[in-house]
Write a protein that binds this ligand. Structure first.
Ligand SMILES: C[S@@+](CC[C@H](N)C(=O)[O-])C[C@H]1O[C@@H](n2cnc3c(N)ncnc32)[C@H](O)[C@@H]1O
Length: 221
């Protein structure tokens, strides 16, 4: 019953919300959507960072950082440097303001870019994560190849996402421009990109029910 009511209320604005999720834009994107993302996705992001094992001295990259909470948490966990890319200028502006201190100190770098064209050198990063972004990657192969390319040997990647079944049950929003990837498909894309020890971990509890982490490593040699 609650879901029916929710869908009725959300129906007329579902396209707008979906476009904001896919790429926050304008004043709403910068001020409202980036905050909603930080709040709504925090548990999945925390789980992704725990699986990534961010620690002192790491160089971390967050692909599609949205509201930037993962970058903030990575720096608080002791990362030497955190970099974030997102195609949304609104997200870059919002996070540049919120995290202006580490940005000024040179501990944080923010760039407007897509997962399929990462502006980083080969084998340059220890830890890479991306949460709630794969729905906006119609073809997983180009981003997977880029993520594998920038990882240092022995480096780790974590993708956090809602499985296709969860997205299907989401109501009207995910019918606008989302791609539903089955979790097995995500794992296979990472293996095809040359990553090893690919593992899918189910998350449980509250908002993370139906969410998964795909954890993978770049072989040491
Ligand atoms: C639903 S939000 C998730 C944000 C954040 N990672 C989180 O979990 O809260 C999706 C983010 O991915 C970004 N995005 C969309 N397409 C992308 C792409 N091709 N490459 C990288 N990021 C992308 C969007 O601009 C947006 O900030």
């Amino acid at each position: 019953m609650r879901r029916v009511l929710f869908n009725r209320v959300l129906g007329p604005v579902s396209g707008f919300v979906a476009r904001q999720l896919g790429e926050p834009h304008g004043v709403f994107g910068r001020i409202v959507m980036t905050r909603l993302l930080n709040r709504g996705n925090r548990r999945l992001i925390e789980a992704a960072l725990a699986a990534l094992g961010v620690g002192p001295g790491d160089d971390v990259l967050d692909v599609g950082f949205g509201g930037g909470v993962a970058l903030d948490l990575a720096l608080r966990a002791g990362a030497r440097h955190a970099a974030g890319v997102d195609p949304s200028e609104a997200a870059v502006a919002a996070v540049a303001r919120r995290l202006r201190r580490p940005l000024r100190r040179g501990q944080l770098g923010l760039l407007c870019a897509r997962a399929s064209e990462l502006p980083f050198a080969n084998r340059s990063l220890d830890k890479v994560l991306s949460t709630n972004t794969i729905y906006f990657w119609p073809d997983l192969a180009p981003p997977a190849a880029e993520l594998a390319r920038v990882l240092a040997p022995g480096g780790r990647l974590v993708l956090g996402f809602s499985d296709a079944d969860k997205l299907r049950g989401f109501g009207p929003i995910t019918r606008h421009g989302f791609t539903f990837h089955e979790r097995g498909e995500v794992a296979r894309a990472l293996e095809r990109a040359g990553l090893a020890q690919v593992e899918l971990r189910a998350l449980h509890g509250g908002s993370t029910e139906g969410d998964y982490l795909a954890v993978a490593e770049r072989p040491a040699r």
